[in-house]
Design a protein around this ligand. Sequence first.
Ligand SMILES: *Cc1c(COP(=O)(O)O)cnc(C)c1O
Length: 329
Amino acid sequence: MDLEHLPRVALADLPTPIDELNRLSQQLGGPRLLVKRDDQTGLATGGNKTRKLEFLVADALAQGADMVITAGAAQSNHCRQTAAAAARLGLDCALVLGGEAPPTPNGNLLLDQLLGAQIYWTGPHRRGERLEEIADQSRQAGHLPYIIPYGGSNAIGASGYVAAMLELSQQLASDYPEGIDHIVVASSSGGTQAGLAVGARAVGFRGQIVGISIDKEEAGDERYLVHLAKLANATAAHVGLDADFTPSDFVVNQDYLGDGYGVVSDLEREAIQLTARLEGLVLDPVYTGRAMGGLIDMIRRGAIGPGQTVLFWHTGGMPALFAYANALL
Ligand SMILES: *Cc1c(COP(=O)(O)O)cnc(C)c1O
């Protein structure tokens, strides 16, 4: 494997810290809980997309692009981090967002606009359905656009999480030599979990990586596992790791989809409040609130025992809290 030779621009503050959640663990009578702070990657409030963008934006620059285009929900953290990366590198940025323009932009959308991104609204579509069309328009206007897929989840973007797993492995070796049993992480477009799986294979990580599925559209029986295996194989090839992944190599819990993407229920509300009040740690309403809610439920049901060590991978998303104020209290 050879990550060193892949084009990469430094955007993230790395390594991100690992903190202990002792009071939350005690409250749950549960396992030792660690948190990997990828909410602290630093790019316009940080998050997991920053690691992917280090490789994606480097590829855009290598191709001579003067503009990046990507897509997501109105409160997309991926879009906000892309807008920030583009600003930092002097690239134009167009964002193709699902829904309609709200009367007052807040949360990530406010940041998108402050960061200078151009916004296109696409009604019910939030997964990049109009990316090619917007790219064509910008080519006609004289731009050289680079398309970043939904969630930044292709082999190039997922390489950021291969690198993240190498980073974690070094931190564990020096600070937690006893190791960890599980990594729990929100999983949606899949680049994070697929990249972690490739990195885990590369370093011989023996714990289990549990993705908590966030989005009904991705979930559904085998389909998401097949997607993860494909993405992991493409990522392994991209980073030069000789490895073969099948759907059975992945663990994804689809029990916490609730009423769908971005719909806050008691599960997320309780997890966000508990974590905030016991640890001073802020989760987000769409991804990490749901993933932590799932972890808490698994602990309460005994699926994860008190003698174990769990690392919760905090993937960011804090700005979306402000757009969900009414659902959170
Ligand atoms: C995008 C995102 C995820 C999911 O990561 P994927 O690589 O798309 O699976 C998790 N948490 C937050 C906060 C995100 O913005």
